[in-house]
Every structure is written in C-alpha cells, then in structure tokens.
Write a protein that binds this ligand. Sequence first.
Ligand code: NCD
Length: 303
Amino acid sequence: MKKDLVSIKSLAVDELELILNTAFSFKDVLKRDIKKVPTLRGKTVVNLFFEPSTRTRTSFELAEKRLSADVYNFSVPTSSVVKGESLYDTIKTIQAYGADYIVIRHFCSGVPFLLSGMVSASVINAGDGTNEHPTQALLDAFTIKEKKGEIKGLNIAIVGDIRHSRVARSNTYSLIKLGANIRYIAPATLMPCCVPEGVKVFYDINEGLRGVDVIMALRVQKERMDKAFFPSEREYFKLYGITAERVNLADSNVIIMHPGPMNRGIEISSEVADSTKAVILEQVTNGIAVRMAVLYLIGDSNE
Ligand code: NCD
C-alpha cells in the first residue's frame, strides 16, 4: 500500500478489500484475552486533532496501543498553535520528534493531502473539513460486510445532512467501488451540489427508504452551517427523522448505522437508535480493528 491514507477516492478496489480483509484478522485479535500484538513496537504515532473528537481519537489511540506503538496525543488547545504557530512549523516540529505516523483531523479540507507531501511520516486522515473521513468509511464498510456478508448489490440509503458530511463523501466513494447502490435522502438545502454518478436522489424519505438494506443516518452538522438550512429541529425530525415507522418501509433485515455523535430526536429517534436493528456500537468496536489494519498496511510497517 501507499505511504499515506488521505482519501477513499484515491484507493483502488483491491486496496479497499485488502484493508477490510486485514481488519477481519485484527478483529480476532481483539477477541483474545491479551489484545496486543507487537506489530508497531518501536514506532511512534502522533495524534494531531484540530477539531473536537471523542470516538475517532479514542479509537485511533486504542488501535495504536494494541499494535504496541508509542503514542503521543498532541493537544492543540494547550500547544503553540494557540500562540499563532503555523501548521507548517507544528508539523515540522512533530517530524523532528521522529514520528513514524501522523494521524490528523483538521477543519480545513485538503490539509492531510498537503501534509502527506511535506513529511516522510505516514499520514492518516482522521477527517478533513467537509472533504473525507476515510477510516469512518472503512469501518462502515467493514460493519456492513460483517452483517450482510456481501456489499455488492445492496441498497444503501444515506440520510440527512449530506452536504456537510465528509462521512457521506467517503462512504459514497467506497460503497460505489464495492458495488452497492446508493440513495441520497435529504432536503434540497442539505443535498450536495454535485451528486456522484449512479447515486439516486430522494427528497421524500418515505419513498427513499422503501426496501433498503442499510440506513446510514448522518448528524445535522450545525457547526458547518453559516445560515439556516431548515426552519426548526422539530420540523426536520418530522420530515427527515428516522423513526420506527419509517424503518418499517425498509427491508425487514435492515441495519441502522450512525457515525456518532448522535442527536437523538433530530436525525434519529431514541427508539430506533436503541433498537436491535441498530449497529451503532458495533461500528465503534469495528473502528479499532479497521484502524489497526490501516496502521499495519500503510507506510513500511509490514515490509
Ligand atoms: C463524524 C465526523 O467527525 O466527521 N464523526 C466521527 O468521526 N465519529 C461525523 C460527525 O461529526 O457528524
């Protein structure tokens, strides 16, 4: 594999499949009594998060520790970044510490790509602006494959704030590459301006959910909205919320996914989020195995 993982768009289908298959082996490791392997012993990983994160940062940290890496969490709010240090200087400093991997989340789209050309360390994109969130898409594909056996031919509905969602973008790239049929369901204001070829667009959620095998709910990302994209949260839930009644329109074996953090009562009802059809916590568990696979496969760790 390449030195970095900056996007799903740039991955070949066989690379995607290799990551997923490797993650299945790491999931077995996680079921053992001792969940640690020596793969990254002697390697240093720096986690550099310029945006809030609970599950992605924790998941990366656990994955790194289970591979026996030395882990350093660079805390942006207490670093020289707040004194005006440029991203370039922060990165060069981290490189001087001898980092072998840099896991970066940044509010600007394109930063991980820029960084990958600047440093010899392997760069992993943990979410860049509204662009991509590759490891989320990989853990979502892993979860679908684990639950459904095969991704090819599945009907998958991505519902909600698609316009601002890097999760939706990365998932669209990966699930199309893996042969799924994608539906976008959103109000016109939250639909992206460029819908990828092959994706079916629905403005009516009841029509869009009919017969689907997977429902992927997205958080309404208010922090990325510079104006009002819908009149009120109550109205949004009424028109686009995933409720038990709407889930009944889907295939009877449908699974419900959400990348978290969830806004219960806005994009999804508590009843659905806590139902047996929801695989939201399994997505969290699978995230560790998938990130272990990525760390193992990129760079030179597996040479
Ligand atoms: C997502 C993100 O940060 O892009 N969350 C995550 O990584 N678990 C989705 C979101 O914030 O809505």
